[in-house]
Design a protein around this ligand. Sequence first.
Ligand code: ZN
Length: 564
Amino acid sequence: MYFDEKKLKDILVSPGHISIEHFNEALNEAKEHGVSIEEILVSEDLIKDEQLGQLLAQITGFPFVNLRNEAFDEAHFEMIPELVARRMGVVAFGRSEDGVKVGMIEPGDIETRHAIEKRMGENIVPYFITKRDLKGVLSRYKASLYEEFEKILEELKNPSLPQEERDKMTIKVVDTLLAYGYQNKASDIHIEPHRGKILIRFRIDGIMHDVLEIPNNLLDLILTRIKIMSRMRTDEHRAAQDGKFRFEVDSSGSVDVRVSVVPVVEGENIVLRLLSAANRQFNLSDIGLNDSDLSKVQEAIDNPHGMILVTGPTGSGKTTTIYAVLRILNTREVHISTIEDPVEYDIEGISQIQVDKKTNLMFADGLRAIVRQDPDIIMVGEIRDKETADIATNSAMTGHLVLSTLHANDAATSLPRLLDMDIEPFLIASTINVIIAQRLVRKICQGCRKSANLSSEEIEMVKRNDVAMNLLLAKGAGNLDKLVIFKGSGCKICGSTGYIGRIGVFEVLLMRGNIKQLVIDRASSDEILKIAKENGMTTMVEDGIGKVLNGVTTIEEVLRVTKG
Ligand SMILES: [Zn+2]
């Protein structure tokens, strides 16, 4: 964070923490050495790091935490990969009622906060930390490959290094790079000649991070090594080449790597895609779809045209579900285009357009432009108005597979909602394949989960919900007091909240013939719900109760998110 001179003076000199002479000396020295004045003040012992941190935190308006005094545990620490911590200046160190406590050198940086929240899938509570503190904490990451990497590069600089050693070192450079990428859950490693250097960048959770710059003279060595590994022609420098290899990771198995080398002005660009890492993210069963719902969704996805709708209120995890489906559909054979507001994750191989209010590129216009390019699959971020709904249903009608989200309470109410947008009933009936409705519930912490009986408050809650009560009575042999469920009793890992992370509860409505008829007859959502249940749909409450009985979440969570 950049603290301007005047603000620093206001908090340091005016209240008398530091004399103006010392301040000015430190300022000059900082300019001379190209470091921050905070660094100088602490290293010259003009102020204690802790006190300075407290004062700087006042400028940022966020609470200060001294990480060296904080007894934080590995479980939180590991939530953020080392590279992200290093590049973004963030450290997860605990948990409170409101979310994961994250120390940040720039707690006011909304973009970074957003990126971290996306990675964790839950709220964060930002604290201010000093750069010194961050540095100290980074060394706690187990065997930092970053330092290992720097050590190898240092050795390679030695001009008297025998060729045999040099070759060994190059192999080590590539291996370390792959291991470092894997450790940080990178989906892609980019090696690019850039302004006389080689720039190495990782894509993690869809975001590109500059990792390091290495000397240009290593490019040929690295290129040759990677070309040999992926069985490419080493003497070809003017044509693009594709290849692949398998990389062994110590104890955790192997990773398939897809390699693309493309000639550019300054040499050749290398992109390594770590396949298992990319596939690890956003799996449909990871987000909470049970087996029977999963097979229904799979059935709908296998249809090459029609529409897949995900519904729920804001913050119910709709986008994550849509991306999970897109990842399944994203094969080389199909052309996928999206129009989103905003583009939340970059997916390689997909053309993604962002809604732009400034140039007035809205969903409807973007969608029109996309349709002209004749993609096989189209994702529209959200259907908000009749115009967008019209183009979406017409595209689905003319042989495209369309994915979108809709703001509706549950699966059954989505259909009358589309009718309200003046879409022809027969169009809705003939295009929609499946509607997935969802909510997010908090997951019980595995660190402190234990079996329990329902409390009297919970029994009261259950009694107000017929569906939940009947399901639980069936399980509890007619007696709610005897029912065994699970709870987090609270521990260090979950910050005494009993919960960690979130998972979806779902209902999946397949458009069978009798449902289509109801749409054409403009039936009410109650009638649609009744028939859908007869067809075998389990509602969100039912799916949620299943997750309660399996010890995934609590009755309180399920009733909270599904009410109203
Ligand atoms: Zn716990």
